[in-house]
Design a protein around this ligand. Structure first.
Ligand SMILES: Nc1nc2c(ncn2[C@@H]2O[C@H](COP(=O)(O)OP(=O)(O)OP(=O)(O)O)[C@@H](O)[C@H]2O)c(=O)[nH]1
Length: 474
């Protein structure tokens, strides 16, 4: 049946739509997760870069710029005569940049700082100076002054002829760093560990790892680093996923070129998971809403198909009139309501020869046009249906048999006057009518049987006429 094919096809199309939607949404969800993941990745890096720029690069940049100044080189070439100028310059810089500055002179082996202090650079006593002097690097970052630890950037100063004049340095209290790190940790949930070329932890957001006294903690002593195998320890730790302090954490590694320091950015996955899962949940909810929407659509379509099929089941396909079973139901309804009914059987005369002469298709056209004509002519209160092959039935509620006969006379006349055209041929038809009546509830078979008798009489008496047969007991 066509309806089944249509239903089948629609379900297949819907199924395809559902599958395509799920695939599309899955794709979108994955893209979202990846985007979220990348965003979280970037978000974790960008504040770190900002921190490096503000806290490390700025002092470096300031000191590098100042180290180029002729005034500094002149003072450092002749420090013993210009001590006042040195202190005045350092105090001025301190005021301007809010950093501690110092000059360590090679000429008189004295260190001057912006707080107005002087310190003799004696070998064996002031370690850093002689250690640094011996190294080839011209810029170095270090932690010193252990009573109040400072982060230092030291630059070697040379005169025009390349003679070593000493060191110009910028210092920043470690306390300031700890505060900034604390803020970053609260906002972004991650830890910083800066290590120098010896893997000594110079700056960190983890207070437990901060330098104590004059001793640095070393990366190699941290439990999570020790848990790595030798190969991992010697390679980059970038993108390693490790349990650190009981939390799965992702490590990002950044090299800070000018000092040959390395920054390890440790992000506990939990902080990222919340963000990513938020995006993921949104996609899942969207997916469920779409699936639910499609489900509702399919459900409604099936519902309407079912209704349509029920309707189709009650309708004769050729004539589109109510079929026999539907007319049986209508009759039962009228009986249930205790209505009197006239029942009419309308049988086309000599229909077999029409089929034989003009073909069955033409016969179908005749049946369809007769059905249309009868439908337009019966009263609004009447029910018309196809009873069998070339036979129609009319139920006339609350209509006496004589009134029904009158209505049928009119129909009989109209039918005989009808010309049906099928392609090039015109066909004339007539019909015989058998009328019966019931005033009380009865089975349809009894009423139809009486109408059939009347119809037989009409046929026998020459066709194209209306006959009535009442049920004996009435
Ligand atoms: N084209 C067409 N023919 C049908 C259909 N249903 C039944 N018929 C034909 O209707 C014809 C009925 O023939 P008969 O029962 O001999 O009746 P008749 O030729 O009309 O003669 P009377 O009723 O005695 O006037 C048969 O040839 C059936 O094949 C249909 O749906 N379409």
């Amino acid at each position: 049946m066509n309806i089944f094919r249509t239903l089948h096809r629609s379900i297949l199309i819907l199924f395809a739509v559902v599958v395509v939607s799920i695939l599309a949404l899955a794709h979108i969800s994955i893209s979202k997760i990846v985007a979220e993941q990348s965003r979280a990745q970037q978000q974790s890096h960008s504040p770190a870069l900002k921190l490096i720029t503000e806290q490390l690069m700025r002092p470096l940049h300031i000191s590098q710029t100042l180290a180029q100044a002729q005034e500094l080189k002149q003072i450092m070439a002749n420090p013993q005569d210009r001590e006042q100028d040195i202190f005045a310059m350092l105090a001025r810089l301190n005021k301007e940049f809010d950093l501690n500055f110092f000059i360590a002179s090679e000429i008189n082996r004295v260190q001057y700082d912006s707080k107005g202090r002087k310190l003799e650079l004696i070998e064996g006593k002031v370690d850093w100076y002689f250690r640094y002097k011996a190294q080839p690097e011209t810029a170095m970052a270090d932690i010193g002054q252990w009573q109040n630890p400072q982060f230092y950037i030291d630059l070697k100063i040379f005169d025009e002829k390349g003679k070593f004049l000493g060191v110009f340095g910028v210092g920043k209290s470690l306390k300031g760093f700890t505060e900034v790190f604390g803020q970053y940790k609260n906002t972004f949930g991650y830890d910083f560990i800066f290590v120098d070329q010896n893997k000594d932890i110079t700056l960190t957001s983890d207070i437990e790892l901060l330098v104590q006294g004059a001793t640095f903690k070393n990366l190699a002593n941290l439990p999570w680093f020790q848990a790595l195998d030798e190969q991992q320890q010697s390679q980059s730790l970038n993108n390693l996923l490790l349990p650190i302090k009981g939390q799965e954490s992702l490590i990002a590694e950044l090299n800070i070129q000018p000092f040959d320091w390395t920054l390890y950015l440790i992000t506990p996955l939990e902080s990222r998971q919340t963000e990513i899962s938020r995006g993921f949940m949104f996609s899942i909810v969207t997916l469920l809403v779409v699936i639910f929407g499609l489900f509702l659509l399919i459900y409604n379509l099936l519902y309407y198909f079912k209704k349509d099929m029920q309707k189709i089941k009650q309708i004769d396909i050729l004539t589109e009139l109510s079929n026999r079973s539907n007319m049986n139901l209508k009759f039962d309804e009228l009986m249930y309501e205790k209505q009197s009914v006239s029942l009419v059987l309308v049988n086309l005369d000599n229909f077999k020869p029409i089929n034989e002469t003009h073909g069955r298709k033409a016969g179908d056209i005749v049946l369809r046009q007769v059905a249309q004509m009868l439908q337009s002519e019966v009263r609004n209160s009447d029910y018309l249906g196809r009873w069998s092959g070339e036979e129609f039935i009319i139920l006339m509620p609350n209509t006496g048999p004589h009134e029904a006969v009158d209505v049928c006379q009119g129909l009989c006349k109209k039918l005989s006057a009808m010309t049906i055209t099928t392609g090039t041929t015109s066909i004339q038809i007539t019909a015989s009518f058998g009328v019966s009546f019931t005033a009380i509830p009865r089975p349809i078979s009894e009423v139809v049987s009486a109408a059939d008798d009347a119809l037989f009489t009409a046929k026998r008496d020459g066709r194209n006429m209306v006959k009535m047969q009442l049920i004996k007991a009435d």
